[in-house]
Design a protein around this ligand. Structure first.
Ligand code: BGC
Length: 431
């Protein structure tokens, strides 16, 4: 089976977000935010209140932080020293699936076993000490409806998680029960925040003028500090669940990914931009060019990185990755075209994410000018995927022009843990 050049060019075109579409997307995102804030059901953004504002930077003390939101869970004992300074005293990280050994996220997994596993990691992080009381902050990176900082109910799993008995439940109750089962009564969960909120708290702890936090990793989402909540509540951070933004026109590859996913019809933007899906998008487009319609070959975003990074004249890395995944041989010239396809997938991801950032910047600015500020971003795609940061900067300039110079995007890569500790401290101050 050879590679059809025309089909490949067509696949590349399916991922193009030109400058006009980029600007329109930013405007559409802002409109969707406003519709979401107004209530009603026309918005595709959840705009979930987090019941936490921005930290002062003066938060101090020892806390337990739990980061639960991807294939790896992490628990830590953290000392907040104030003024943006902190120390991780002990950190424990483990995957939630170990092929052939255990799987806490598949359809057959039960809430109890999942939370027992997590509680045990928490206990290990405090070295199974029982004499000291610890407040625990929990970064739980799934859409949750909150009524206060503790009380977060999982609306729906995302990122292909499927453990039974968690959807619809108050996640901290599940954690608390598991901590009781293992005898760790001295650990008291007091706060649940989304990982985007954690990133924003962590970055704002270190520097002021930070109002937007985003995760650009296996999953994708953005939160921001909304100063004009009107009569509804005091100003606070809103978790937009922007991965659900659904006012984009999907390509045929997006539709396929959606159909084959755990939650068809949900998380439209996330399925176009997040690390969990980038490899599959590339694979489906490649399948088209090979005439193997519908094949995705199991490419990962790590494969995608390897493909775009290959600068060898013969492009043997690309050839090797393609051979390993598809069993097909490609020539050097074809390998170069496949690099263009990979870049198109990556560029679209970066441009769409940036458009949403600009929508938020406009919303925060209201009728005024965009203020000089930082946007805090965490995640493997932003941190490690080649070309992403470059495309983000370019897209910022296309949308904001000169104002893009006011925006400093900072990488906040301990945000999930640090933010959880800060939230625990802020919850402690309130009670
Ligand atoms: C979840 C969000 C989360 C994001 C990044 C999405 O799948 O719905 O709550 O913030 O992933 O982890």
């Amino acid at each position: 089976m050879g590679m059809d050049k025309e089909k490949l060019a067509e696949a590349c075109r399916a991922f193009v977000v030109d400058d006009d579409l980029l600007r329109e997307t930013a405007a559409a995102f802002r409109r969707d935010m406003r519709e979401g804030l107004a209530g009603g059901d026309s918005s595709t953004l959840r705009m979930l209140p987090s019941y936490v504002g921005l930290p002062t930077g003066a938060e101090t003390g020892e806390f337990v932080a739990l980061d639960f939101g991807g294939t790896n869970v992490c628990a830590a004992h953290i000392l907040l020293k104030g003024n943006g300074d902190f120390e991780i005293i002990k950190r424990v990280a483990r995957p939630l699936t170990e092929p052939g050994v255990y799987d806490y996220v598949g359809e057959t997994a039960q809430a109890g076993e999942l939370f027992d596993f997590v509680a045990d990691m928490v206990d290990e992080a405090i070295e199974r000490k029982r004499g000291t009381k610890f407040l625990l902050g929990h970064t739980f990176s799934f859409p949750s409806e909150q009524t206060n900082l503790y009380n977060a109910r999982l609306v729906t799993w995302t990122k292909e998680f499927a453990t039974q008995g968690v959807e619809g439940e108050i996640v901290n109750n599940l954690l608390k029960e598991a901590l009781v089962r293992i005898g760790a009564l001295n650990v008291e969960p007091v706060a649940v925040i989304n990982d985007t909120v954690a990133v924003l708290l962590a970055a704002a702890y270190k520097q002021s003028s930070t109002y937007i936090g985003s995760i650009y990793a296996t999953g994708h989402n953005t939160c921001y500090y909304e100063p004009y909540l009107g009569q509804a509540a005091q100003p606070m951070i809103l978790n937009m669940e922007s991965g659900g933004f659904g006012k984009l026109i999907p390509s045929k590859y997006d539709l396929r990914i959606d159909e084959a996913s755990e939650k068809p019809g949900e998380q439209h933007l996330e399925k176009m931009v997040a690390g969990r899906y980038l490899g599959d998008l590339f694979g489906l487009a490649l399948g088209d060019a090979f005439g193997a319609d519908g094949a995705a070959y199991g490419f990962t975003s790590i494969d995608l990185s390897a493909i775009v990074e290959d600068e060898f004249l013969d492009r043997h890395v690309v050839q090797e990755v393609v051979r390993r995944k598809t069993g097909q041989e490609v020539t050097t010239a074809e390998a170069m075209r496949l690099q263009e396809l990979a870049e198109a997938v990556i560029a679209r991801s970066a441009r769409l994410v940036t458009a949403t950032f600009c929508g938020v910047l406009w919303q925060i600015a209201g009728k005024g000018e965009i203020e000089k500020q930082h946007i805090a971003v965490d995640g493997s795609v932003y941190e490690k995927m080649p070309l992403i940061q470059e495309h983000v900067s370019r897209a910022l300039y296309v949308i904001l022009g000169e104002d893009s110079a006011k925006i400093d995007i900072v990488l906040e890569n301990v945000g999930s843990l640090l933010g959880a500790a800060i939230a625990a401290s802020m919850a402690g101050e309130e009670s």
